[in-house]
Design a protein around this ligand. Sequence first.
Ligand SMILES: Nc1ncnc2c1ncn2[C@@H]1O[C@H](COP(=O)(O)OP(=O)(O)O)[C@@H](O)[C@H]1O
Ligand SMILES: O=P(O)(O)OC[C@H](O)CO
Length: 500
Amino acid sequence: MHNTRNHVLSIDQGTTSSRAIVFDDQAAEKAVFRKEFHQYYPTPGWVEHDVEEIWRDVVSVCKETIYKAGGVDRIASIGITNQRETIVVWDRITHTTVYNAIVWQDRRTAERCEAMKKEGLEPIVQQKTGLLLDPYFSASKLAWILDNVPNVRERAEKGELAAGTIDCFLLWKLTNGQVHATDITNASRTLLFNIHEEEWDDDLLRLFNIPRAILPKVHPNSHIYGETHPTLFGRSIPIAGMAGDQQSAMIGQTCFKPGMVKSTYGTGCFMLLNTGDEAVNSENRLLTTIAYQINGVRHYALEGSIFVAGAGIKWLRDGLGLITYAAQTHDMATRIPNNGGVYMVPAFVGMGAPYWMPDAKGMICGLTLDSTAAHVARAALESIAYQTYDLENQFKKEAGGNTETVRVDGGAAANEWFCQFLADILDIKVERPVQLETTALGAAFLAGLATEVWPDLAALEKTWKIGSVFEPKMKQPERNQLLAGWKDAVARTLLPHQAS
Ligand SMILES: Nc1ncnc2c1ncn2[C@@H]1O[C@H](COP(=O)(O)OP(=O)(O)O)[C@@H](O)[C@H]1O
Ligand SMILES: O=P(O)(O)OC[C@H](O)CO
């Protein structure tokens, strides 16, 4: 029996797609299924998801993956990883949601956050949570649901409703309402959790007017959270690992030593530096966040969050109709000798680190009659590297943040042209592992550690395999010229906001 249960099922619920991957005990991928789901933009700046659709997709990709990988009897445990900050409220009896999930990209609470900043509340919030007062995080979105959806506040206070991030909602559904819990990394992104004391913080709950009764229990990342209801997959399977997707990617990249950095290019881009057991307070508009808690050991990370990376490429496809699939951008960028002076600042949902401008709007500039679709596609790819450069610049100012290598992953890291350009702009070595699905792998590792598929972190480290290395080749004058163009484009984007 011990040998036959050597598979782990990972559920990776991202911003644009839900996927399930089965890994074996060598961390090799045995099967994968994925489904893109609908994005709802009810009004400019608002972004919502239908979590019933997400739930249906998750069940279907899990079933397909389990079957293709050899059946449920081989599955030792399940790990869950998810888009972070996105918040859901549901009825504890009927399991139905009271409102769509409000997605991390949603800016509807920008005014409320700004007002709180003006009251001078940011330093205390930052000290307790490591985060900033920005609509990106869950607290103001949860408060919006409580304040704007009829009867929700009264029902929440009576204990009839539950709230949580997507990991928490999936756990609830998988266990058929038996477990209302989240993990410490997802909790650390809500703006309600004290990352030093490891608990929901009464002052913060008061500040955002959130009833404690609505919040889940918080557990370490590698932990038996509960078991799936037997009718779902044919037998009960322990859910033994959960983590926010960016922390999960850090685990999947086995960045366990202080000083190691990973950068994930999915919808957004999130660069995390492991700072060990020290919660480093950033003075450079980076976030301090919990990286993971495994077997009693807690590590922190410094994080730079960019809201639009692959999402800019998706917009070329879905918004402009300029491409039919994302990988086309590789050939388009290669086809032209340079960017022709065209820059895109993809502030579609405001700008994250280090600018934190929730109201900024996107811009393409430098267009001439020579400009082609290839220039726009290249500008979108280039913008991801420039934004990473802006983060890297902030990291350099932090103690221990002077990195020589960055490990990349996520959908857009499949693009060779982009990876080379990133190495050129950062002027550091970019390493890409064979396994690009590190987010899913991280959650599998967490579950596998709790269910004896892997003994310890050292065993996980041995599974990491380098795929490609991108060495910087660009000469400094060219780099300087490109960065000056980017700086100018950002200044134009931010100008209206600085003036007001
Ligand atoms: N070859 C590619 N070049 C550039 N961008 C890509 C490429 N392949 C995928 N992407 C982008 O990566 C994103 C998907 O990556 P993924 O890691 O699945 O994201 P998420 O988990 O946020 O849904 C999409 O936004 C897509 O536009
Ligand atoms: O969907 P991703 O992979 O870009 O990740 C979203 C982040 O978790 C948001 O904080």
